[in-house]
Design a binder for this molecule. Structure first.
Ligand code: GDP
Ligand code: MG
Length: 178
């Protein structure tokens, strides 16, 4: 990546309603957590400048604006994204089983066929756990995605998740520079 050129990367956050997508975005962009976080309405994306291995990139991170409830994410939501974060809630098994549908949706709508995918197991601060780290990793390995566990509440893993995703995007030829 050339120096002094601010590359903008489009990152999507998808997954079932309630898994913590908006909370992860709030934690990452504003280092904040709202326990009363309500259904996202009308927010399309937030931006953040990130320095990864001396590459300065501007992330445009797209939230679903609550539309995941109605399964109406449009092709424009997916268009030209270089990275996708697929979030599930480790304390809710059904959100894990739904990941396959979100992977299918990415396959259908992604315009970049080498888009980098990362599965994020969120809410690891919750005592009651229904999906083990091993099971999460195994799923990610099978679908050749990155895997990381987070808590938007305690900050665990949140910064690393975005950094790891961006690092992989930067290392993938033809993904960010075309
Ligand atoms: P979204 O529908 O995927 O955008 O989910 P939200 O970000 O709106 O979060 C849904 C609920 O889960 C809210 O009550 C959040 O406060 C809560 N939540 C989100 N992330 C975490 C987390 O890491 N730990 C805990 N304990 N609660 C979380
Ligand atoms: Mg939301």
């Amino acid at each position: 990546m050339e120096e002094n050129i601010l590359t903008t990367l489009k990152i999507l956050i998808i997954g079932e309603s309630g898994v913590g997508k908006s909370s992860l975005l709030l934690r990452f962009t504003q280092d904040n957590f709202d326990p009363e976080q309500t259904l996202t309405i009308g927010v399309d994306f937030k931006t953040k400048i990130l320095n990864v291995d001396d590459n300065i990139v501007k992330l445009a991170i797209w939230d679903t604006a609550g539309q995941e409830r109605f399964r109406t994410l449009t092709p424009s939501y997916y268009r030209d994204a270089q990275g996708a974060i697929l979030v599930f809630d480790v304390s809710n098994y059904s959100t894990f089983t739904r990941l396959g549908n979100w992977l299918d949706e990415l396959d259908i709508y992604s315009t970049k066929n080498n888009i980098i995918k990362m599965i994020v197991g969120n809410k690891i601060d919750v005592q009651h756990r229904e999906v083990s780290r091993e099971e999460g990793f195994a799923f990610a390995r099978r679908y050749q995605t990155l895997y990381i566990e987070t808590s938007a509440k305690t900050k665990d893993g949140v910064q690393s998740a975005f950094e790891e995703l961006v690092r992989k995007i930067i290392q993938t030829p033809g993904l960010w520079d075309s």
